[in-house]
Design a protein around this ligand. Structure first.
Ligand code: AHR
Length: 493
C-alpha cells in the first residue's frame, strides 16, 4: 500500500498545548542528586548547586513544565524536611527507591530555583498517602501566600520574600498503588477533602490535578469523574511502555531480541486506545473538555543496566526509545482537545531520560533529540491531517507503520513530524499539502543502523539528527522517503 497524507494548511484544529512536552523529575536514583543537584562545593561546574551543563542542554528543548518531587516519593515526602539551612535538614531513608539516604538538600527553594533557571513552570505533587491535609495546605501557603501568615513568615525567614507563582498542583500520586493502595471511592472523597485546602492566594490560581487511573482502569476514571470532576482541572493517567512483564522481566534497553522491537512499538501505540477510552468516560461528565487528561508519567521502562542499583531505574536509551517518543508525541498532539499536559519519566538518569550523566560527563539520548526536533509543535496550531498508512500486525493488533503530526507555528511556518516504525524497511509517503507554498523546505532525520544504537560517554554523538533531503516536490505534493526506524522533522517556511 502507498502511504498517503493530506494536510490542509488552512484548517486548524486547536492549539497543541506546550505542556504536552513536559517532564518529570523524582527523588529517585541519580535524577535529582548527581543529575540536577551537585551542591555548591562540587567541582562540576554549577550555579548555586545546579549543574550548568544540564541546564544548558535542557533549555535547548524548551521544557515547559517540570513535575516534582515524585512519583511514589511524593507520598512519602514531608516538605518541611527540605527547607531551612541545608546542614540542619533531616536525613531520611528513601524507602521506595533503593533505601538510600535522602539528605533533603534539594527541597522547595532549590526546585523553584531550578525552574527559574530552566524557565519552566513548576508542577508540584503533594502527599496524600502519608501526609495530612494540614501539611498540604501549609505547603501551598508557604509557596504562594503574599502577606503575613505563619507559613509566609517561615518562607521569609528562609530567605524568600515574595511568594512564588505556582500553577500546577497534584493531589497525590498513584493513589491506587504506592500512594496509599486506595479504592477509587475512598480516594475520590480524599481528593475532594484535600483539594479544598489547596487555596488560591492573591493572584495565584492553582490548576488542581487529581490522581488518575493506572493504564486501563476505566472504573477509576468513571468514579473520579462522577464524584469530583467539578473540583478538578486535570486528571492524571500513567502508562509505561514495557516490552516484557513488569515483575518477571521487562526486557533489556539494549541488546534485545529483534521481535522486542515490534512489541515495543505496539505497546507504545497502545497509549492511543487508552487516551480515547478514558476520554470517552471524561466526555460523559465533562463534554466541554474543561478537565485535562494529564499523562504525567509515560515512557519506556526496561530492566536496569547491569551492576546498577535495582531501585535506581537507570537504563540506556536507544533509537527504539526515540521511536517510542516520536510515536507517543504524535498521538498526544493528535488528542490535543483533551490532553493538556504530559510528563515523560524521567529527565535525567532514570527510565526514558533526556540526559545521562557520569560524574562530570553528560550525554544526550536519542529521546532528547526527538524532544528537540518536536519542540516546534509547542503552542502551535494543529493542522488538519489525514493519513493512510500501511499497517503492521503485532500480537493481534494492527498498528500504522507511519504516524505524523502537523502544526503551524506563530511565525507561519509549517512543521511536520513523522515516524517510520519499521525496523527493516524504508517507506515512501506522499503528502498533499493544501494551502501552503512548498518553496522553502528543510528537514532533519534521526535514524541508525542497529536496533539498539545509542550514545555512550565514549561515543556521545552516535545517534543524533542529521540533515534530511530525501524528498521531492511536485506542485502541492511532497514525496518523502522515510528510512527504516526513523523520526523525520520537516519545516516549511
Ligand atoms: O517513575 C517511576 C515510578 O513509576 C513513579 O515513582 C511512580 O509514580 C510510578 O509507578
Amino acid at each position: 500500500m502507498n502511504n498517503k497524507a493530506v494536510i490542509n494548511a488552512d484548517v486548524t484544529k486547536g492549539t497543541i498545548n506546550k505542556n504536552i512536552y513536559g517532564h518529570f523529575a523524582e527523588h529517585l536514583g541519580r535524577c535529582i542528586y548527581e543529575g540536577f543537584w551537585v551542591g555548591e562545593d562540587s567541582e562540576i561546574p554549577n550555579t548555586n548547586g545546579i549543574r550548568n551543563d544540564v541546564v544548558e542542554a535542557l533549555k535547548n528543548i524548551n521544557i515547559p513544565v517540570l513535575r516534582w518531587p515524585g512519583g511514589c516519593f511524593a507520598d512519602e515526602y514531608h516538605w518541611k524536611d527540605g527547607i531551612g539551612p541545608r546542614e540542619n535538614r533531616k536525613r531520611m531513608v528513601n524507602t521506595h527507591w533503593g533505601g538510600v539516604i535522602e539528605n533533603n538538600h534539594f527541597g522547595t527553594h532549590e526546585f523553584f530555583m531550578l525552574c527559574e533557571m530552566l524557565e519552566t513552570e513548576p508542577y508540584i505533587c503533594g502527599n496524600v498517602g502519608s501526609g495530612t491535609v494540614q501539611e498540604m495546605s501549609e505547603w501551598v501557603e508557604y509557596m504562594t501566600f503574599d502577606g503575613e501568615s505563619p507559613m509566609a513568615n517561615l518562607r521569609q525567614e528562609n530567605g524568600k520574600q515574595e511568594p512564588w507563582a505556582l500553577k500546577y498542583f497534584g493531589v497525590g500520586n498513584e493513589n491506587w498503588g504506592c500512594g496509599g493502595n486506595m479504592r477509587p471511592q475512598y480516594y475520590a472523597d480524599l481528593y475532594r477533602r484535600f483539594q479544598t485546602y489547596v487555596r488560591n492566594y492573591g493572584e495565584n490560581k492553582i490548576y488542581r490535578i487529581a490522581g488518575g487511573p493506572n493504564v486501563d482502569d476505566y472504573n477509576w476514571t468513571e468514579v473520579l469523574m462522577r464524584e469530583a470532576h467539578h473540583l478538578m482541572d486535570g486528571l492524571s493517567l500513567h502508562y509505561y511502555t514495557i516490552p516484557g512483564d513488569f515483575w518477571l522481566g521487562k526486557g533489556s534497553a539494549t541488546n534485545f531480541p529483534e521481535d522486542e522491537w515490534d512489541i515495543t512499538m505496539q505497546k507504545a501505540y497502545h497509549i492511543k486506545e487508552l487516551i480515547e477510552k478514558h476520554s470517552t468516560i471524561m466526555d460523559k461528565y465533562d463534554p466541554e473538555k474543561r478537565v485535562g487528561l494529564i499523562i504525567d508519567e509515560w515512557g519506556t521502562w526496561f530492566d536496569v543496566e547491569e551492576g546498577t542499583n535495582p531501585g535506581f531505574l537507570y537504563q540506556q536509551n536507544t533509537i527504539r526509545d526515540a521511536l517510542v517518543a516520536g510515536v507517543s508525541l504524535n498521538i498526544f498532539n493528535d488528542h490535543n482537545d483533551r490532553v493538556q499536559m504530559t510528563n515523560i519519566a524521567q529527565t535525567i538518569n532514570v527510565l526514558q531520560a533526556m540526559i545521562l550523566t557520569d560524574k562530570e560527563k553528560m550525554i544526550l539520548t536519542p529521546t532528547y533529540h526527538v524532544f528537540e526536533m518536536y519542540k516546534v509543535h509547542q503552542d502551535a496550531e494543529k493542522l488538519a491531517l489525514d493519513i493512510q498508512s500501511a499497517t503492521k500486525k503485532i500480537a493481534d493488533k494492527e498498528i500504522p507503520q507511519v504516524t505524523a503530526s502537523a502544526s503551524k507555528a506563530k511565525d507561519g511556518s509549517i512543521n511536520i513530524t513523522l515516524c517510520n516504525i519499521d525496523k527493516d524497511n524504508e517507506t515512501e509517503l506522499t503528502v498533499d499539502l493544501r494551502g501552503a507554498n512548498l518553496s522553502d523546505i528543510s528537514g532533519r532525520v534521526l535514524t541508525a543502523n542497529e536496533l539498539d544504537a545509542h550514545n555512550t560517554f565514549d561515543n556521545p554523538d552516535k545517534v543524533k539528527p542529521v540533515s534530511y533531503t530525501d524528498f521531492q516536490v511536485n506542485g502541492s505534493e511532497l514525496s518523502l522517503k522515510l528510512p527504516a526506524k526513523s523520526v523525520v522533522a520537516i519545516s516549511i517556511k
